[in-house]
Design a protein around this ligand. Structure first.
Ligand code: NAD
Length: 277
């Protein structure tokens, strides 16, 4: 499944839809010098510029206090030029991540990490949904994968990927099983999956023997190994799966594209074009 090509299509749609909406700005907040985070933020800025969204870059030193970070978020909440706010995770250990995410105004919560967004998703109401699981659903839809009644197994229960992915699949009428670090006999569960979503962060944890022949396999994992960037799915799975996302070039580019679409959603909420829940 070609996430790179599909992401380019989504970005083109966003650019087209952004034009009549007036100025749109996305503020990113990065604390500290984590190299992977810096790369992600840079890619988000490039993608913003490509579609006509203005990126506002806030890069703070590692030793920034929680109070100073909260003060910045408050300023961004109040700034009418800022349509969306994205706090790049992880934050340094001395900062309470939850407190910072709760400080983002829900109407600017383009990452969908605020409890109010998560609650709306749980209730099945339209809202900001984290971009990675949105990208997973977009890929499944683009490849006409039947979701209604399909047995879908999600490995991973994080608030950023696993849980929201499971909720979106449930909303699409899939039968959903969530596996995690305490699941017994993971393979016995995953072999039942028509659609398997791996969001663990462990290179090669999903092997060919764990996949039902013909199943659709979505690899969300990003693992830095000596061999380079790899997913959670072992390369041998390509022999068994019906459809499979590559790493890189699968879910990764979709995540950025759906973040841009979320920023459009924020603009529509703020312009009164969409009722804000
Ligand atoms: P996380 O560490 O918060 O969650 C990992 C989950 O995997 C946990 O729920 C845990 O219970 C489960 N798990 C751990 N060991 C397991 C095991 N042996 N068997 C079954 N389940 C197990 O991670 P996350 O933030 O959800 O991210 C997961 C992966 O997705 C990471 O590799 C991350 O880099 C990647 N990711 C990719 C994108 C993207 O754009 N492609 C976005 C976000 C995260």
């Amino acid at each position: 499944m070609d996430g790179k090509a599909l992401a380019a299509r989504v970005r083109a749609e966003v650019a087209e839809e952004a034009r009549p909406l007036g100025p749109i700005g996305l503020a990113t907040v990065l604390v500290g010098g984590d190299p992977a985070s810096a790369i992600y933020v840079r890619r988000k800025h490039e993608a913003c510029r490509e579609v006509g969204i203005e990126p506002f870059d806030h890069h703070l030193p590692e030793e920034t206090s929680e109070a100073d970070l909260l003060a910045l978020v408050a300023r961004l909440n109040a700034d009418p030029a800022v349509t969306g706010i994205l706090v790049q995770l992880p934050l340094p250990a001395h900062i309470d991540e939850g407190r910072v995410l709760r400080a983002v105004a829900p109407i600017k919560d383009v990452d969908g990490f605020h409890p109010s967004s998560a609650g709306q998703l749980y209730l099945g109401e339209p809202t900001f949904v984290p971009a990675t699981p949105l990208g997973v659903l977009e890929l499944l839809r683009a490849y006409d994968v039947e979701l209604a009644g399909a047995h879908t197994v999600v490995i991973g229960r994080s608030a950023i990927v696993g849980k929201p992915a499971a909720h979106l699949l449930l909303q699409a009428n899939a039968t959903v099983t969530i596996c995690h670090s305490r699941t017994r006999d993971l393979g016995a569960v995953t072999r039942q999956a028509d659609i398997l979503v791996a969001a663990v962060g462990r290179a090669g944890i999903v092997t060919a023997a764990m996949v039902k022949p013909g199943a659709t396999v979505i690899d969300v994992g990003i693992n830095r190994t000596a061999a380079g960037l790899v997913g959670d799915v072992d390369p041998g799975v390509v022999e068994v799966a019906g459809l499979l996302t590559p790493v890189p070039g699968g879910v990764g580019p979709m995540t950025i594209a759906l973040l841009l679409r979320n920023t459009l959603r924020a603009r529509r909420y703020q312009a009164g074009l969409l009722p804000f829940p």
